[in-house]
Write a protein that binds this ligand. Structure first.
Ligand SMILES: [Zn+2]
Length: 504
């Protein structure tokens, strides 16, 4: 039985987004739990689709003793403040030093954290962790599929193990895979050779989906390399992180990380997947619709049954740094008089409070959305019927958020003509049917559904969808990466598949 320290520090940084992540953003709950520290950490995640939950469950099943450090996450946004990074890192390192004799460390990290003072947040954190525990203690890390992996992260850890699904339905499973990797180390796995390959082009989030090609077959091939013997070495772990493109940092790119008994085997495994990714470049391109064109298409093609046409309002996705409050698609739904249409979830605490004060059945004049000012937009000035009000507390039931308790604050269901809007007091990516159902909207009965999400919605809403259109409407998660004002990418990186190379 081993003693394993367990912690986490998750942030996905969109360096182009409007607001930063301060300490309070990590301290509070959002769609994931609030900051956890001490013994309570070990029971805070039970049953949730979160890496640390899967790790704890798997490690406990093996009878290991777990030593809690600190775990926290914040909704994706611009940079993590220096204050937040330093305070949370200090907690983690203090807890690690106070943990006594350890056999291993497990960390639940994202891999695309940029702070005000470090381009590579995880690389710096892992450097400090390694310095605290010394060279011999295994440090195993689970990463998001959107990690922008760096050589420093690889150097300062024994293994980086990334999710293999987007929508991320395997987060807890990835934590369990990290636990299994540690068990292999405890059982005498020889010190592993490492290979890191950085891909020379960025992949837009919406075409990274692993349910569709070409990512589907790449992850299929990747899985076959688990445990494969290549020449004189066995592959113990291989990951393909498709990367988080709205991050203006040198190491922004898709990455492959392989571990094997021999250098040649690690290199061969990583090179095979890299070749596959390069050969698939043209297939990672995808059509982007304007809001007007997408709504017109959805209105013209709405059917009495057969499920909604889903418009992914990807650029305002709160899961990628958006504020969830732009109204470009909503304005088109109203202007084109869409019927049986709904939008989830618009972030506008002021309007939610006004609607709640007016009460169910009232008609309220609102300036709806577009309040945080990230996009160059005016709120929608209009009158809405208050259909229902909730406290925004409910249990997510879909495969992505499944098991998490949502806390969206005062939430209002508003209606204007055939268009309904779910307005919440906290930002949340619309990736679970309960976000609509808890307030009485059945997404299966809609003709048109707009979600503030890029891909995660596909896990729960995908089976309902007649069709999915990716829409380019205001928001900081720019889908056409060629439009982003990059300054720090690695020179030569193609900013879109088959796109122009960044010159530096
Ligand atoms: Zn992700």
């Amino acid at each position: 039985m081993m003693r394993i320290a367990v912690g986490g520090f998750q942030h996905e940084t969109n360096t182009f987004a409007p607001s930063k992540a301060d300490f309070a953003a990590f301290a509070q709950a959002d769609s994931w739990p609030a900051l956890q520290r001490g013994a309570a950490l070990l029971d805070a995640f039970t049953g949730m689709n979160i890496p640390v939950a899967g790790f704890i469950e798997a490690a406990r099943a093996k009878g290991h003793t777990l030593v809690p450090l600190v775990w926290c996450s914040a909704t994706p946004s611009a940079h993590v403040t220096e204050d937040a990074f330093e305070r949370i890192s200090a907690m983690l390192i203090d807890d690690l030093i106070g943990a006594g004799d350890l056999d291993a460390v497990y960390l639940d990290l994202h891999g695309a954290m940029v702070t005000e003072h470090f381009e590579d947040g995880e690389g710096e954190l892992l450097r400090r962790v390694r310095a605290a525990v010394g060279p011999k203690i295994p440090v195993v890390v689970s990463l998001d599929l959107h990690a922008n992996v760096t050589a420093e992260m690889v150097a300062h850890s024994d293994a980086l193990i990334a999710y293999r699904t987007y929508p991320h339905v395997d987060m807890a499973e990835t934590g369990a895979r990290a636990a299994a990797h540690l068990d292999a180390i405890f059982a005498g796995l020889p010190r592993q050779s490492k290979a890191l390959r950085k891909i020379g082009y960025l992949i837009p989030l919406t075409s990274q989906c692993t349910l569709t090609e070409p990512a589907a077959h790449i992850y299929g091939d990747l899985q076959k390399l688990d445990g494969a013997v290549l020449g004189n070495g066995r592959v113990s772990s291989i990951s393909f992180a498709t990367g988080f493109p709205p991050a203006d940092v040198k190491d922004c790119s898709p990455s492959i990380i392989a571990y094997a008994d021999s250098e040649a085997a690690a290199a061969e495994a990583a090179d095979r997947i890299a070749a596959d990714v390069l050969a698939s470049e043209s297939r990672f391109r995808e059509k982007l619709w304007s809001a007007r064109e997408a709504v017109a298409y959805a209105v013209a093609n709405s059917a009495a049954n057969g499920g909604p046409i889903i418009l992914a309002d990807t650029q305002d996705n709160p899961g990628a740094g958006g504020n969830g409050d732009t109204v470009g698609v909503l304005r088109e739904l109203l202007a084109q008089k869409a019927e049986r249409a709904a939008l989830g979830v618009l972030f506008d605490p002021e309007s939610a409070a006004q609607a709640a004060a007016a009460g169910v059945g009232a008609r309220v004049k609102l300036k709806l959305g577009a309040k945080t000012g990230g996009a160059d937009e005016e709120p929608i000035d209009g009158e809405f019927e208050v259909v229902r009000i909730t406290d925004g507390e409910f249990l997510a039931t879909g495969p992505f958020y499944g098991g998490s308790r949502m806390s969206l604050g005062t939430t209002a269901r508003l209606r204007s003509g055939g268009v309904e809007v779910v307005v919440a007091s906290r930002k949340a990516q619309c990736a679970d049917q309960e976000m609509l159902k808890h307030i009485g909207i059945d997404p299966a009965r809609l003709a048109t559904l707009v979600v503030k999400s890029s891909v995660h919605f596909r896990a729960d809403f995908g089976p309902l969808a007649r069709e999915v259109l990716v829409v380019e409407s205001p928001g900081p998660n720019i889908a056409d990466l060629a439009r982003l004002p990059y300054r720090h990418l690695r020179p030569g990186t193609r900013v879109m598949p088959l796109g122009a190379a960044f010159k530096g």
